[in-house]
Design a protein around this ligand. Structure first.
Ligand code: ATP
Ligand code: MG
Length: 444
């Protein structure tokens, strides 16, 4: 390609990776504020790990025979030192790595949360992207079933606070390793009877990870998966007691759920309790989030054995549900005041006024020119209106001479008379505007 042609080529973002534009930000803020306030109300602490980790972390942490490790990871070799790196496809392994590395559990269990982008090389479609966001919790060092119930309750509270309806809870127990081993033998024997009918993925997993065959999304295999031996029938007394414990805690807290014996989750590290939140409103991508216990993981990644559980929710899918349910979210767009001005002296004064108003706690846009042409008051007022600001503050020669400023409401109902331009002494502006805004919007 010639240099000229290359320059003419339209630049685009990477397929499956979305820009979050200002028009979407109210929705993101609404979600982030709601979820963080719930996470804090349960005493969870925020943790932030890097986007890049050594590939070996995910191979060891997630499991070799999983969709993620086999085909979805963005992995590359650092050309400067030859190290194998991966963009995190999920955050649990990294948080456990960080907890071990920084000895976070030295003084007892920890309740942690995170939010951020994850990366998986999947076929982009509605609700499935190559960069997407997860919010998640990891409760490290707790035995359950109380903590299992607590993390589920948090999700239920989130659905309530977001006003979302129709999200169902599905629950299962994967038991202990020995219980899964006994089940595995029978499951393989059962699946071998249908080997001709299995798809390539399932054949491949038959001996490496047969439990995952039950998680198949292939409609042709649904009957085979549905009639397979159920892991729950292989659970011993301890696992059953744990499972019953969580069920009664959920029922006591009015959480409805269904037991789905085929629920196994996509990642290898789960044991005992597993759960998913599902909806019928998002088509094929109906799982909003999921989680469960991953008791062996901390030890598996080199830490002192400690039990743990957590969940991860798909933010884009939840936002899609908020849109689908037409939930009204508070607008983050527009500020309190847009200052219009004309002339050099007025411009200097406008800076002073803008800072004074910001000192008083108001959000202020100061008109700045886009070129050398003087922008008329009329055009500035149009920009003020389009900015979404509640009031325009006008500074012209006349105002400057009298040490006054003019204020015009940009949003009020035209019949109330509130939109008439008013003049106030410069000194009184902050107080006057703050009063106006408090009485109008109850901002403070
Ligand atoms: P799925 O079966 O839909 O591929 P998963 O089992 O791979 O999901 P998890 O690893 O459990 O998903 O991630 C938790 C949540 O993160 C999912 O329930 C979903 O809401 C969201 N999620 C997972 N992958 C994607 C993706 N590629 N794009 C958008 N959201 C995703
Ligand atoms: Mg997946």
């Amino acid at each position: 390609m010639t240099e000229k042609k290359r320059n003419l080529e339209r630049l685009t973002g990477v397929k499956g990776m979305n820009d979050i534009l200002p028009r979407d930000v109210s929705l993101w803020f609404f979600f982030e504020k709601t979820v963080t306030s719930i996470l804090h109300s349960y005493g969870y602490q925020n943790i932030r790990t890097p986007i890049l980790e050594y590939t070996s972390l995910f191979r060891r942490g997630i499991g070799e025979v999983t969709d993620i490790v086999e085909k979805e990871m963005y992995s590359f070799i650092d050309s400067l030192n030859g190290k194998k790196l991966t963009m995190r496809p999920e955050n649990t392994a990294a948080i456990v790595r960080a907890a071990i590395e920084h000895n976070l559990l030295y003084d007892g269990p920890k309740r942690l949360w995170y939010i951020g982008p994850m990366f998986r090389h999947e076929r982009p479609q509605r609700g499935r992207y190559r960069q997407f966001h997860q919010v998640g919790v990891e409760a490290l060092g707790f035995k359950g079933p109380d903590i299992d119930a607590e993390i589920i309750l948090m999700c239920q509270r989130l659905w309530g606070d977001l006003n979302l309806t129709g999200i169902r809870l599905e629950l299962n127990s994967l038991g202990h390793k020995q219980e899964r081993a006994a089940h595995r033998d029978q499951l393989i024997a059962y699946l071998e009877r249908y080997i001709e009918l299995l798809d390539d993925d399932s054949k491949h997993r038959l001996y490496t990870n047969p439990l995952r065959v039950l998680d198949t999304k292939n409609p042709a295999l649904q009957d085979i998966a549905a009639n397979a031996p159920k892991l729950i029938d292989f659970l011993g007394n301890e696992s059953l007691a744990h499972f019953e414990g969580i069920q009664s805690l959920l029922s006591e807290n009015n959480i409805t759920f269904t037991i789905n014996p085929r629920l196994v989750r996509g990642l290898d590290y789960y044991n005992m309790t597993v759960f998913e939140w599902v909806t019928d409103k998002l088509g094929a991508q109906g799982t909003v989030g999921g989680g469960g216990r991953y008791d062996p993981l901390i030890n598996q990644l080199g830490g002192k054995p400690a039990l743990a559980c957590g969940w991860a929710l798909g933010v884009e899918r939840i936002l899609e549900l908020i849109r689908e349910d037409q939930i009204v979210v508070p607008s983050e767009e527009g500020c309190d005041v847009y200052i219009v001005h004309q002339g050099a002296a007025a411009r200097s004064f406008a800076f002073v006024v803008a800072e004074q108003l910001r000192d008083a706690g108001l959000d202020v846009i100061l008109h700045c020119s886009s070129d050398d042409v003087l922008v008329s008051f009329k055009s500035q007022m149009k920009l003020a209106d389009a900015s979404g600001a509640a009031y325009a503050v006008i500074l012209g020669d006349d105002e400057l001479q009298r040490d006054e400023v003019s204020i015009k409401s940009l949003r009020s109902d035209r019949t109330s008379g509130d939109n008439i331009q008013q003049r106030v002494p410069g000194k009184r502006l902050s107080e006057f505007l703050t009063n106006l805004i408090v009485t109008r919007s109850g901002k403070y």
